[in-house]
Design a protein around this ligand. Structure first.
Ligand code: 13P
Length: 246
């Protein structure tokens, strides 16, 4: 990964059916025609598993890249009803996988499970988007850095490095709430994460939209954004990129 590339990653969560490809075609066309800036950024979208393979194949040689939102903590095939292994994701054609999203931690993903997910995903040459972030109470108690440190040190494996893993800092209190950290706080947090996980790319996620993104433009060390709600609309998603480069 070249050092100054910015990432705009759209996490669709529980959204998307085959016809939602219309949204991505608009995003893909925007990136394709954005001659001025597109060499400076990368767009990744993570649709749900039901359309992962179709979208991965369709965008294989196009301007945007497809990833998965999660994976199971066992690999290959096995007797695990409803589970999708890192191997199955790799074969679907997806290039990235989000691991450790607070939605999945809330559903029971422990540090041990997350470590297994990362390990198997790396074995399959998937790039990891590893989510970390403190909740509202931890923030109020000024525990943000200690929480982030644990989330990094207990989960990232020996094989994790800045080429195969991007960290996404997503404070839980900011997800879907319209609240975002101040750019000063975010700058300090990004620097902290980069001290723990050397040379890593660090994204911010949580209520990123065309207006909040403007607050973070000046943060040179921030490597991009993980976008939830606003990634479900081509216009809102494109506005984020446009406003970032304006
Ligand atoms: P929102 O952008 O909807 O706050 O979601 C952020 C997120 O959880 C992305 O993974």
């Amino acid at each position: 990964m070249a050092n100054n590339i910015k990432y705009f990653i759209g996490n669709w969560k529980m959204f998307g059916v085959p016809k939602s490809i219309k949204i991505l075609n608009k995003v893909n066309n925007f990136v394709r025609l954005d001659k001025k800036n597109s060499r400076n950024y990368k767009v990744v979208i993570t649709p749900p598993f039901t359309i992962l393979e179709a979208f991965s194949r369709y965008y294989k040689k196009k301007s945007i890249t497809i990833g998965a939102q999660n994976c199971y903590h066992k690999d290959n095939f096995g007797s695990y009803t409803g589970a999708i292994s890192p191997y199955m994701i790799k074969v679907s054609g997806a290039k990235y996988v989000i691991i450790g999203h607070s939605d999945n931690r809330a559903d029971g993903d422990t540090d041990k499970i997350l470590r297994e997910k990362i390990s198997f995903a790396l074995n399959n040459n998937l790039k990891i988007i590893y989510c970390i972030g403190e909740n509202k109470i931890e923030k109020a108690k000024k525990k943000t850095f200690s929480v982030l440190k644990k989330q990094l040190l207990r989960v990232l494996t020996k094989k994790s490095n800045s080429n195969n893993t991007i960290v996404a800092y997503e404070p839980i209190w900011s997800i879907g709430t319209g609240k975002t950290p101040t750019s000063n706080d975010l700058e300090k947090t990004v620097a902290f994460i980069k001290r723990i996980f050397k040379n890593s790319k660090v994204l911010y996620g949580g209520s990123v939209d065309g207006s909040s993104v403007i607050n973070f433009k000046s943060l040179d060390d921030l490597d991009g954004f993980l976008i939830g709600g606003a990634s479900k609309s081509s216009k809102k998603f494109i506005d984020i990129i446009k406003n970032y480069y304006r």
